[in-house]
Design a protein around this ligand. Structure first.
Ligand code: A2P
Length: 344
């Protein structure tokens, strides 16, 4: 475990194990400010109305991802959320056991002031879940392999402009921009639809009220093919316009080079990222597949750059990072105060 000087308090998720601690007076830890939770509770959802739905795909992609905007004006959700939080959606109908569908959380893809600039329109980036069923438990039918369609993702993607939808939220306390964004520089790392919160955050930092942030911002986006790069034109244009904004595309199934985000950062460490990680202003955000988190932590440990980003508990040690396996990492390796993580 990384220990720092100063007074300590527990962070989100740390209550169960008080040995994970964060220095409150450490200048490198972000001050996240006030955040509202559950202005609309799952038991009493409110009605929103779809105001736009657009495909995010470029050319012929094998995936279907949409940017869906929902008007929540007149509900307690309006004006109560911050970029980086999530909101809930309840699909109509019942699940296989005859119960009403549970609320599903979707990352907000809009800035704190919403898509409309006054906190009345939330948005998200939703990918249709289209898969083949496979047994998970021993009691499941081992022979079954039928088409599996995600209930809520397909419901949201099917909605048309004007349709009503039950929403809740906001949710999420930590995956936020600091209260004073100018105090930090940012490394935003995404896989797939993990880009959603950054679409809100980057717009907030570069195009929010007031001057564009003077912070250095690196956005590293991992997708299977170039056709899956979401909001690509927007980020490319921001990189042209803003000297401090850097956009990195990482393609895992390219004919030229096959890479994951952690491997890309590793390769570009000396040219770009080492000084960035060493800078006490830097915050690292991870959003997307769970495997990316362990890959990043291992890679940072290898470079001796874990301080503030990764916390390790005995019996694991930073020095022995090459032998960390997924199970022991889950139990003993956590994000540090300079890492903000939303993985699934
Ligand atoms: P691949 O699927 O080629 O293995 P999407 O959500 O659109 O499928 O994108 C997720 C991206 O993240 C893909 O490019 C996927 O690569 C990649 N990926 C899969 N596993 C990891 C991992 N452990 N670390 C980083 N990236 C990953």
């Amino acid at each position: 475990m990384l220990l720092m000087s100063g007074s300590y308090h527990t962070i989100q998720g740390a209550e169960k194990n008080p040995s994970y601690t964060v220095a409150v007076n450490d200048p490198i830890a972000p001050e996240l400010g006030e955040v509202q939770m559950h202005a609309v509770k799952p038991k009493a959802p409110v009605v929103g109305r779809v105001v736009s739905t657009e495909s995010c795909m470029q050319g012929r992609s094998a995936s279907f991802v949409r940017h869906v905007s929902i008007d929540v004006s007149g509900t307690p959700l309006a004006g109560s959320f911050r970029a980086g939080q999530a909101f809930g959606v309840i699909a109509p109908g019942e699940d296989g056991r005859g119960k009403a569908h549970a609320v599903r959380l979707y990352s907000l893809a809009c800035p704190t002031l919403g898509e409309d600039g006054s906190g009345n329109v939330v948005s998200t980036t939703v990918k249709r879940v289209i898969d083949e069923y496979s047994a998970e438990k021993e009691t499941d039918d081992q022979e079954a392999h039928h088409l599996f369609l995600g209930v809520c993702s397909n419901y949201l993607c099917d909605l048309k402009v004007g349709d009503e939808v039950l929403v809740t939220g906001p949710a999420g306390k930590r995956f936020l921009l600091p209260a004073d964004p100018s105090k930090h520089d940012y490394l935003f790392i995404a896989t797939g639809t993990g880009i959603a919160p950054y679409y809100g955050m980057v717009r907030e930092l570069l195009q929010g009220s007031g001057d564009p942030a003077s912070s250095e911002i690196h956005l590293v986006m991992g997708t299977p093919y170039t056709t899956d790069l979401l909001y690509d034109e927007y980020f490319a244009s921001m990189a042209e316009e803003h000297e401090g904004f850097h956009y990195h595309r990482v393609i895992s199934r390219s004919d030229v080079r096959r890479e994951y985000v952690d491997r890309y950062i590793d390769r570009e460490m000396d040219s770009t990222f080492r000084s960035f990680f060493s800078n006490p202003r830097t915050l690292m955000y991870l959003c997307g597949l769970e495997g990316m988190e362990s890959g990043m932590y291992r890679m940072l440990a290898r470079h001796g750059l874990s301080e503030g980003f990764v916390e390790v508990k005995e019996p694991l040690t930073l020095e022995e990072h090459e032998t960390w396996d997924a199970k022991s990492m889950k139990r003993n390796v956590k994000s540090g105060p300079r890492s903000l993580v939303e993985v699934y």
